[in-house]
Design a protein around this ligand. Structure first.
Ligand code: SAM
Length: 354
């Protein structure tokens, strides 16, 4: 493998993304950089998919507003708080509340109430990440003040032309608004996460190299990125025969994780569910490529199958205890250690604020 420099340029990134023949050396280097920068701890975030009601109509997403086949649900506040308490008792350190995008007053106030209730029920100890889409700066501030301290908002692709091909051409789906939202999250004080989908129709390797440079230059603290997976009830399904194979999308995603780890060593990088959809060992492979966060699904079992962003999304019915048991063993087998009872803040956030 070619020599890796700390501040890689685009050509060097492209060469690494292309290194199909020898990914093992790349993954080994990424693990070495992770372990020597932030250690070999893996942080668990209990994922609660709180609702699939969405005002957006993204061409790739199964819970898009126009998909009349999606069964809409919202988990009650009582259930969300009870799950958060379970996560706290299991010493997860933090939870992620993710859902479709709503920005009406009733919802904004309800989320505020949910956040305060979780904080109260867990003696202020449980960390809370939100992933609830684009909101106004004021809403981000209200949710921050109510107890959320991390926010995930994927840019999806950093290429505006490609972004526009994946979203309706209206002011509800604007690239500029998404960028501004990321900026506002950082301004309000959140540990800010972003990411992209990999293997999208029309996407080139050059686009992906730019995505990595975008994540570095926008000073993102956490990244969740994974393969694009088709869904039969979305407009993008017409492109299904033009995609990379599933195995190629998995390999490319793992290389993206590894290269990002080399490019920005102090980031938190999630090993995403979409990896696991292609390969049952996908999340573990993500750890072996340099990721350090896993988000076990804690959504009520009845709702898990409804939060169907793409085909074959795994919705195991395993209890949290069973998931922890399996994960602990797999994480150790990957040469990592589970970090319990810690928020697991990204080192990048601490460094950025020094
Ligand atoms: N509404 C919030 C937002 O837009 O950030 C959070 C929920 S959204 C469903 C979470 C993520 O799911 C998106 O950022 C997108 O990257 C991912 N996603 C949606 N459809 C997908 C697909 N077909 N394949 C892979 N990932 C997908």
């Amino acid at each position: 493998m070619q020599k890796i420099r700390k501040s890689m340029n685009k050509k060097e990134i492209l060469d690494l993304l292309n290194c199909k023949n020898e990914p093992e050396a790349l993954y080994a280097k990424a693990r070495e950089v992770r372990n020597s920068t932030i250690g070999n701890y893996v942080y668990l975030r209990g994922l609660i998919e709180i609702s699939d009601i969405c005002r957006k109509d993204c061409y790739y997403c199964g819970i898009r507003r126009s998909n009349t086949k999606a069964e809409r649900y919202t988990v009650s506040k009582e259930d969300i708080v009870a799950i958060a308490v379970t996560a706290w008792e299991k010493e997860f350190g933090s939870v992620v509340l993710q859902g479709g995008e709503r920005n009406d007053d009733e919802y904004v106030t309800w989320i505020e109430d949910v956040l305060r209730s979780i904080k109260e029920a867990t003696r202020n100890e449980l960390g809370i990440t939100l992933s609830l889409g684009e909101q106004t700066e004021d809403t981000y501030k209200r949710w921050f003040d109510a107890g959320a301290h991390r926010y995930l908002l994927r840019i999806e692709t950093s290429n505006e032309t490609l972004y526009n091909r994946l979203h309706p051409n209206d002011n509800v789906h604007s690239f500029a608004t998404r960028l501004e939202a990321l900026h506002n999250l950082q301004k309000v004080g959140y540990q800010t996460g972003s990411g992209v989908m990999i293997g999208l129709p029309f996407q080139t390797l050059d686009n992906l190299a730019d995505d990595l440079l975008f994540l570095r230059s926008s000073d993102i603290d956490m990244v969740g990125m994974g393969p694009y997976l088709e869904h039969e009830d979305t407009p993008l399904y017409v492109c299904r025969n033009e995609l990379l194979s599933l195995s190629e999308r998995l390999q490319l995603s793992l290389r993206m994780i590894a290269v990002l780890r080399l490019l920005v060593p102090d980031l938190n990088i999630a090993s995403t569910t979409a990896l696991q959809s292609i390969d049952p060992q996908g999340r573990e492979k993500g750890l072996l490529a340099g990721a350090n966060v896993i988000m076990p699904n804690m959504t009520p079992v009845n709702d898990r199958r409804k939060y169907r962003l793409y085909q074959n999304k795994p919705f195991s019915e395993e209890s949290t205890d069973k998931q922890i048991g399996i994960l602990s063993k797999n994480i150790t087998d990957c040469g990592c250690r589970i970090a319990l009872n810690q928020w697991g803040d990204p080192q990048h956030f601490k460094n950025r604020r020094k």
